[in-house]
Design a protein around this ligand. Structure first.
Ligand code: ZN
Ligand code: ZN
Length: 220
């Protein structure tokens, strides 16, 4: 699976995220600028942090690329612009956000791999600074673009910096109701609380209070 991946899966020049460097040529110093708008792919991996925020499948991603021919390959520098959608981690309201991601990747000529670098399994190329080989003079920008987009997304998106979130007692959205508060503990909650205390030593505790204790016991 490792070594065969790059060799067997031939790149399809009709894939909008596959770029052809033939026009650029191999004369070191040659430059080519490209602009292309592609649709965000949804599979195999979506452009985003699943369940948090991401660029929806099919939505436009504007790419500006600069291809530079260097001695051992093609250096690609670029910027991607897209709109991400997600939800606020505090109040769970939907939110949209413009993102801009910069990236750079070196794609080497296959005949420049005498030092054995380009022959490395493809999987390692993503974790390290190993160079990705060109295939038939083409490269697939998707892995690089996806990493850049994901890194540019907030891990904890909020609808606004001072979003007060939800009421911990009733779940109401505090931004809609700034005056919101609860008087001293409601007698019904107090009754439930008492119930939780009596069951926490036994089996499951649906109120969640005993979770930490249970985990500790299971680790032994
Ligand atoms: Zn919010
Ligand atoms: Zn409340």
């Amino acid at each position: 699976m490792k070594a065969g991946k790059a060799l067997n899966a031939r790149l399809d020049h009709r894939n909008p995220l596959v770029f052809d460097t033939h026009e650029l040529g191999r004369r070191p110093g040659a430059l080519q600028r490209l602009s292309r708008t592609v649709q965000a792919p949804g599979s195999p991996t979506p452009f985003g942090i699943e369940g948090v925020i991401g660029v929806p499948e099919g939505s436009p991603v504007e790419l500006d690329l600069r291809l530079e021919s260097v001695l051992e390959g093609v250096l690609v520098t670029g910027t991607a612009r897209a709109s991400a959608e997600g939800e606020c981690v505090r109040c769970l309201e939907p939110l949209g956000q413009q993102l801009e991601a910069d990236f750079q990747e070196m794609y080497s000529y296959p005949d420049a791999d005498n030092r054995g670098r380009a022959a490395e399994p493809d999987d390692d190329a993503e974790d390290t600074d190993d160079i990705t080989p060109l295939e038939d003079g083409m490269f697939d920008l998707e892995p690089v673009l996806r990493d850049a987009v994901v890194l540019s997304l907030p891990m904890q998106p909020v609808c606004r910096e001072d979003c007060p979130g939800l009421c911990s007692t009733c779940g109401a959205r505090l931004a809609d109701d700034p005056e919101h508060h609860h008087d001293a503990v409601d007698i019904r909650w107090a009754a439930l609380q008492g119930l939780a205390d009596t069951t926490s030593d036994g089996e499951k505790d649906d109120m969640g209070g005993a979770e930490a204790g249970v985990d500790e016991k299971q680790e032994k």
